[in-house]
Design a protein around this ligand. Structure first.
Ligand code: IMP
Length: 501
């Protein structure tokens, strides 16, 4: 007969934190959110990679491309570029992040002089950019031959078939700067010449990138920016248990700093084999594994060599795994069970393995609860999907702006490797995720600032100035269904009902 766990499985909303003594040392400005993301010998060595805020973006098509990775690393977090795409396009995204220089944007709207006005208009419509770089081969790093902005053409007066060569501003008339120009110098040139964008070229006059006037403010130094030893942004990448022998070397070559096996169920022979192979061939690259929800799953992946372990099955906002397969566990219980085993593992081996709570974070306070329960960092899908920087379309639906957000197990993503049951050929026999909209919420930085302010404030209320101290000191209580009602606004007539989540 099946073994029945004695404790009910619970979710974040069923817990609250009890405050501890707050002292003058517990000021939000003094709270340090730095957190490890790979295993290390506690007290003997420093973790090889730490992130500056405890948040990473989900390994999903609708969340983590190069744009999200750049924005999040600039704010101190990390993205894992999705693996449900070809190796070539995934490494292209990784390269974009590693090549990113603050303020210098890789041009993603490029054509050749042989293209036409109609091509310019189509590209503008598709990409939403007004500046098109004209290069000899139409690539973002080809020889720069000119620039087309909306000042260069009049749609009503020109034949759509007019060649770009006839109306572009040719290279010899452009103001440009050489590679190595600092952002400050580039900005001075923009002001001096009253231009809106400045192309940066190398010694062969090949395009390196563009500096935009409007971006200057947002590209000022960011103290939390997550950089490698060569001052490039850090980026993670998802891998799977099928093509890792080809994908992993390509990703490492492209500059990926940390890998994570992307799977809905990490307690599998395939994950152990993948970990063994990566650790044998690339011992220096951190690789995370998961997802698991209990002590046994954690042990299995820890023994197989995982650098961090992801926790959560069935709690994701787009996830229907529990309905489809009857598998999973309340996210809070899963994090608590795995943290307990992680601490036991630390006592036995001296080795600390960070854990990542993945999925099911709805309110900002859920993030803080997950940390209190022992998670070292959080993986979020829905949260990041709502921002400008996510790769999906912003649309107006029933009078509200929304962004698209779909699960990796939906028919739309068809990420069969994530839901691999080891069968020959690999296919998805049924969906484990839905295709949906999420309310559009503006830019990443504003939202992250608000969430982090709440996190720090809660930590101060609990007398903690670091995540480790918070984990050690936190006191949690299970709340009854009636006290959950008490927790929201109640017994008043609310004037509006659009409080932010
Ligand atoms: P969210 O933050 O609640 O939206 O959850 C995001 C997490 O859900 C991801 O990091 C994955 O672990 C998980 N996930 C992504 N796609 C699917 C799916 O199609 N079905 C089930 N879980 C998914």
């Amino acid at each position: 007969m099946a073994r029945i766990f004695e404790e009910e499985s619970r979710t974040f909303s069923e817990y609250l934190l009890i405050p501890n003594l707050t002292t003058a040392d517990n000021m939000p400005d003094k709270v340090d959110l730095t957190t490890p993301i790979c295993k290390y010998k506690k007290g003997i060595e420093e973790p090889k990679i730490q992130i500056n805020i405890p948040m990473v973006s989900a390994i999903m098509q609708s969340v983590s491309d190069s744009g999200m990775a750049i924005a999040l690393a600039r704010s101190g977090g990390l993205s894992f570029i999705f693996q449900s795409q070809s190796i070539e396009s995934q490494i292209d995204m990784v390269r974009k992040v590693k090549k990113y220089k603050a303020g210098v944007v890789t041009s993603d709207s490029n054509l050749t002089p042989e293209h036409t006005l109609a091509d310019i208009l189509e590209l503008r419509e598709r990409m939403g950019h007004r500046t098109v770089a004209i290069t000899h081969d139409g690539s973002p790093s080809g020889k720069l031959l000119g620039l087309v902005t909306s000042r260069d053409y009049r749609v009503s007066r020109m034949d759509p078939g007019t060649k770009v060569a006839e109306f572009m501003t040719p290279f010899e008339n452009l103001v440009y700067a050489k590679e190595g120009t600092t952002l400050k110098e580039a900005n001075d040139i923009i002001w001096e010449h009253k231009i809106n964008q400045l192309p940066i070229v190398d010694n062969e006059e090949c395009l390196v990138g563009l500096v935009f006037r409007k971006d200057y403010e947002s590209h000022k130094e960011n103290p939390l920016e997550l950089l490698d030893s060569q001052k490039r942004l850090l980026v993670g990448a998802g891998i799977n248990t099928r093509d890792y022998m080809e994908r992993v070397p390509a990703l490492i070559h492209a500059g990926a700093d940390v890998l994570c096996i992307d799977s809905s169920d990490g307690f599998s022979q395939w994950q152990a084999e993948t970990l063994h192979w990566v650790k044998k061939n690339y011992p220096d690259i951190p690789v995370g594994a998961g997802n698991v929800v209990d002590a046994e799953g954690f042990r299995f992946l820890a023994d197989a060599g995982a650098d961090f372990i992801k926790v959560g099955i069935g709690g994701g906002s787009i996830c229907i795994t529990r309905e489809q397969k009857g598998i999973g566990c309340g996210q809070a219980s899963a994090v608590l069970a795995v943290s307990k085993e992680r601490n036991k593992y630390l006592e036995q081996t001296g080795c600390y393995i960070p854990i990542c709570s993945d999925g099911g974070i709805v309110h900002d306070y859920h993030m803080t609860l997950a940390l209190a329960m022992g998670a070292d960092f959080l993986m979020l899908g829905r949260y990041f999907a709502r921002f400008d920087e996510s790769p999906t379309r912003k649309m107006l639906v029933a009078g509200n702006y929304v962004k698209e957000y779909w699960g990796e197990g939906s028919n739309r993503a068809r990420n069969w490797q994530r839901y691999d049951d080891g069968g020959v050929g690999g296919k998805m026999s049924f969906e484990e995720g839905v295709d949906s909209y999420v309310p559009y919420a503006g830019n990443l930085k504003d939202n992250l600032d608000a969430s982090i302010a709440k996190m720090k404030s809660t930590m101060c209320s609990c007398g903690a100035s670091s995540i480790e101290e918070f984990q050690n000191k936190s006191r949690l209580v299970v709340v009854s269904a009636t006290s959950i009602v008490e927790g929201g606004a109640h017994d008043v007539i609310q004037k509006d009902n659009d409080r932010p989540r």
